[in-house]
Design a binder for this molecule. Structure first.
Ligand code: IVH
Length: 712
């Protein structure tokens, strides 16, 4: 029954609700016909009349306005950029297993971590790994309120309007016992059949076709104008969750079933296993079915079924210990290596890059591949082992390219029989192609071997290094300045506007006095310049760990930067510790390498960085422009937060890894050896020298039970 002939004033509440539902569907249908198929079914006037009626009903019954209301979506002005969403529970990624042994090892690790006896079974779920993009959907009291991309796992982008256009994503949840706050996570993807149909249409219209379903799904989901997303046939599978005000079940499989009951599509190939062989048989089965599935998958994901175990297992860096992705074997293709190009990185490393005849490998067109270093080109891998049976690579060679999932493409073999008779071995340059300085392979003090990497010795005079340092400084995990990406810093460097990181923050002041104002630059204008300066100002407050990472110090990646930020709490403390650490026989150096996760290599790199006069002056200039935000200690309540803890001897109730993870969760720092800085030693049976040293230094010491008493 419809009420389309009844005037808005005469509608009852129930009639209005049904009418809004009908209009939402009707308008969506016309949008698809109009935008998607370019074949309108009704006149513009009739279409406008539907929208006006919808708005009038919403005005009279504001409470009935639908989450997918056409008035929010259709014709709405596209946003300028996506807002940010901080995930209340991080969105993790997965570690990979490449063969059955890796999977067996994964199960062994779990058993060891949980200290399970042999008669205890570990039930695992297995399900396809969908090749799409993950999204987090937040529901409050059963209503879809916000959707976000994964982003860096901590902060994603707000793509609510786009996600609302997916039929697979319920706007209201059905069923009962819906937690007040509920975040469902899963994969947005494009079906293969929809992808092919879309491309057929593009071809017909003489437009460029899309490369593969995943990239098309990604592009579609990240449209600032949600009406474009609405025309793309995107789908969704739910497979995990984030924040939940109450957790309704105790196992992964029950939770997934629950998500299905709430109205989410879940993957039909998910199953639960207790025996490893059966788990692996399921992998084989899914692999056999792979080609006939209507969506791309790149492996099978295994998860520990018991949620209390998942909880205990926790995660390392970004991936849970309780899940793993068993990847399908890599896809291969044959192509021609046209040339070898040398790129200079921010630390001066000369990296050879293969320029390939573009080739489709498992759905992705590849035209570049890294060749790592000159040994690699010569068929020599790490530790002198042969790769490609020791065959070298020469421009003109016919090669086999391999791409495995998200791993960068590799050249795995060469057809020597196809090599031209007059071909010559590639000669790796001994001068930097960017600045002409000598490029050398150092001896590594720590390993006592020659470095595989050849480095430009030009340092400050090398423009390539300077540009790469700047690109790193503004990269996503570092300063991440909107509107100042790799391309822009490159041009700004070439124009002399930004020569080092500190210049970014004085750009606006200098620009005011400049004869070549940015606003007059091609492609710029008042607004974009204003936005750029605002984006820069926004980053004058920055997390300490991002700042440390941004400096681009060798061997200091984002994880190490976080460890340093947490351990020292302020940049001054870090700087002082490193300067004191220059004396490698002293205590400060010992403290530095003692930090769990910082080894000699990272420590030496820090010392080298802070020992460089120029770095110190850029640092001073930078620090006078910005404010660093100190890390928050994890758990204010915990009796061990901020304390340095050392574990030694045998532990019975938990493994060393579990103990460490637990201490870190409670805000403690875990060190590998005892020093004056140690606050607590947890010593199990068999503790030796560390226990003695702790006694000598008067460090508080407890046994395993004492540890549990302390933190309980
Ligand atoms: S579980 C904590 N299950 O793979 C567990 N992820 O490589 C988080 N993915 O970021 C993920 N299918 O985007 C899970 N069945 C599945 C998946 C899946 C695809 C994606 C997801 C994740 C990425 C990690």
């Amino acid at each position: 029954m419809t009420f389309d002939d009844k005037s808005v004033e005469d509608l009852s509440t129930e009639e209005a609700r049904l009418e809004l539902e009908r209009l939402a569907q009707e308008i969506a249908k016309h949008n698809r016909a109009y935008h998607g198929q370019d074949a309108p079914l009704i006149s513009d006037a009739a279409y406008d009349a539907l929208k006006i009626r919808n708005q009038a009903i919403e005005k009279r019954f504001p409470d009935l306005k639908r989450v997918d209301s056409p008035s929010d979506l259709v014709g709405a002005a596209p946003q300028e950029k996506f807002g940010k969403v901080k995930h209340s529970v991080s969105m993790l990624s997965l570690d990979n297993a490449f063969n059955d042994d890796d999977v067996a090892e994964f199960v062994t690790r779990i058993r060891r971590f949980l200290r399970l006896s042999l008669d205890e079974t570990v039930a695992l779920t297995a399900e396809p790994k969908i090749d799409g993009l993950s999204a987090s959907l937040r529901y409050e009291k059963g209503v879809f309120v916000r959707g976000a991309t994964r982003g860096d796992g901590t902060v994603g982008e707000n793509i609510t309007a786009n996600l609302k256009t997916l039929n697979d994503i319920p706007k209201y949840l059905s069923g009962d016992e819906i937690p007040d706050i509920l975040e469902v996570r899963g994969e947005v993807y494009m079906a293969k059949s929809d992808f092919l149909a879309l491309n057929a249409r593009m071809e017909e219209e003489g437009k460029p076709v899309y490369v593969n379903p995943r990239n098309t799904a990604a592009g579609s989901l990240r449209q600032l104008d949600a009406t474009i997303t609405a025309q793309r046939p995107l789908k969704f599978f739910a497979y995990s969750w984030g924040e939940m005000s109450t957790l309704p079940h105790e196992t992964q499989s029950a939770m997934v079933q629950q998500m299905a009951d709430w109205g989410f599509p879940v993957n039909p190939l998910m199953a639960r296993f207790e025996v490893l062989d059966n788990l692996l048989a399921h992998y084989k089965k899914i692999e056999m079915e792979r080609a006939s599935l209507d969506y791309d998958i790149d492996g099978v994901v295994y998860k520990v079924n018991r949620l209390d175990w998942q909880n205990r297992l926790g995660f390392v860096t970004k991936a849970p210990r309780w899940a793993i992705a068993h990847k399908f074997p890599a896809e291969k293709a044959i192509t021609v290596l046209k040339d070898i190009e040398i790129q200079v990185g921010r630390t001066g490393a000369l990296t050879p890059v293969a320029k390939l005849e573009p080739v489709n490998v498992g759905g992705v067109v590849v035209s570049n591949a890294t060749l790592h270093n000159e040994d690699y080109i010569n068929g020599i891998g790490q530790d002198g082992a042969l790769i490609r049976d020791g065959k070298d690579l020469r421009p003109g060679d016919t090669v086999i390219l391999q791409r495995a999932g998200d791993v960068i493409p590799q050249i795995v073999d060469v057809f020597l029989e196809k090599r031209a008779v007059d071909s010559a071995a590639f000669i790796f340059p001994e001068k930097c192609p960017a600045c002409g300085s000598d490029a050398v392979r150092d001896y590594n003090e720590i390993t006592g071997k020659k470095d595989a990497v050849r480095r430009c010795t030009g340092g400050l005079i090398c423009p390539a290094q300077a540009i790469e340092r700047l690109k790193h400084f503004v990269s996503r995990k570092a300063f991440d300045i909107e509107g100042l990406g790799a391309k822009q810093v490159e041009t700004f460097y070439e124009e002399g506007r930004i020569m080092n990181a500190a210049d970014i923050f004085t750009l606006e002041r200098r620009d005011k006095r400049s004869l070549k104002r940015l606003k007059d630059k091609e492609g710029f204008g008042e607004t974009s310049v204003k936005n750029l300066f605002a984006a820069i100002d926004e980053k004058r407050q920055i997390d300490l760990h991002r700042f440390i990472f941004a400096l681009g110090i060798r061997h200091i990646g984002d994880t190490t930067a976080k460890i340093l930020a947490r351990s020292y709490g302020s940049f001054e403390a870090l700087r002082e510790a490193v300067l004191m650490g220059q004396d490698k026989t002293g205590e400060a150096y010992q403290d530095l390498v003692n930090i769990d996760g910082i080894g000699q290599t990272a420590a030496s790199a820090l010392i080298e960085f802070f020992g460089e006069e120029h770095n110190l002056s850029v640092l001073d200039a930078l620090l006078s422009e910005i404010n660093l935000i100190a890390p928050v200690v994890n758990d204010e309540q915990s009796p061990v937060s901020g304390k340095t803890v050392v574990f030694t001897g045998a532990l019975e109730k938990m493994t060393r890894d579990e103990a460490k993870a637990m201490a870190e969760r409670l805000g403690a720092k875990v060190a590998g050896s005892v020093s004056k800085k140690t606050d607590l030693l947890v010593a199990g049976p068999g503790a030796g020298s560390k226990l003695k040293k702790a006694k000598d230094l008067g460090v508080e010491t407890v046994d395993e039970q004492g540890w549990f008493d302390l933190i309980s």
